[in-house]
Ligand binder design. Sequence first.
Ligand SMILES: [Zn+2]
Length: 294
Amino acid sequence: MDSKLAIIGGSGAYDLLKRNNLGRELSLRTLTTPFGKSAPLHTFELDKLRFLFLSRHGEDRYALSAPFVNYRANVWALKECGVERIISWSGPGVMNPEIQVGQFIVPHDLIDETRNRDYTFFENSGIGFIRQSSPFCREIRDCSMESLKTLNKNFRDQGVYVCTQGPRLETVSEIKKYRSFGGDLVGMTLIPETFLARELEMCYAAICYATNYAEGVAERPYESGKLFEGMANTSEKKLVDDSVLSFPEIIIKTMELLAQRKERGSHCRCHEAMWRYKKEETISEDWRSWIKPK
Ligand SMILES: [Zn+2]
């Protein structure tokens, strides 16, 4: 049993909650943090694995778009609950035409195109220079890919995720610009969540499923009143629905693999992110003392 693991669910997570596809719910709580209230934290048990589940965008509908998610409260609350590893899921758009809608991607890098979000826990302090040679946890990435492979899912083992501010979608020229940066996927949620988790020495990685082709990548007629005004056609929507529905089995397999790895000892460096500051005695072992909100 591993309750030190959390899932942060993206678009479609509320559907999974509604359909009760995540196993037996043991408890539900909301934490008050120095940054305000967290999203509700569900504790689920599925196939003898226990995990926390947080839906970024709301409990029963798409209630909160990416720029308005309280990322600091959510990540702080998960740390307070004793979480060590976070698997995030998100449904970005596709800029790289080699990626198919509905396909899974385990991204390996990020480009930040957001504006004015709360990017750090370390306001008004001299700490926080953290290397980002690999912003996502190597172990969670490895186990996610092994899980997808074992379950025979169509996936790519890397991708560069460009995070935009939103909530509006991107223009054709913006997509061309991000593609020229080397971006494969375009979404709105992984920043600052990824970097905040690293600041609190938690492992974090994302499993993405491609939801639609970004503007200008594939021709899709404008359809009034439809999701994204017709950026995804009917067959693509079906592929995306199937991908969302298969998340529980992918996540449970990933968690099983992570639990096995943990028994053999952890090999990633996420839990050492603040070691330099601890060694210099700039900060103590107590992570709460690192954070001094205004
Ligand atoms: Zn890690």
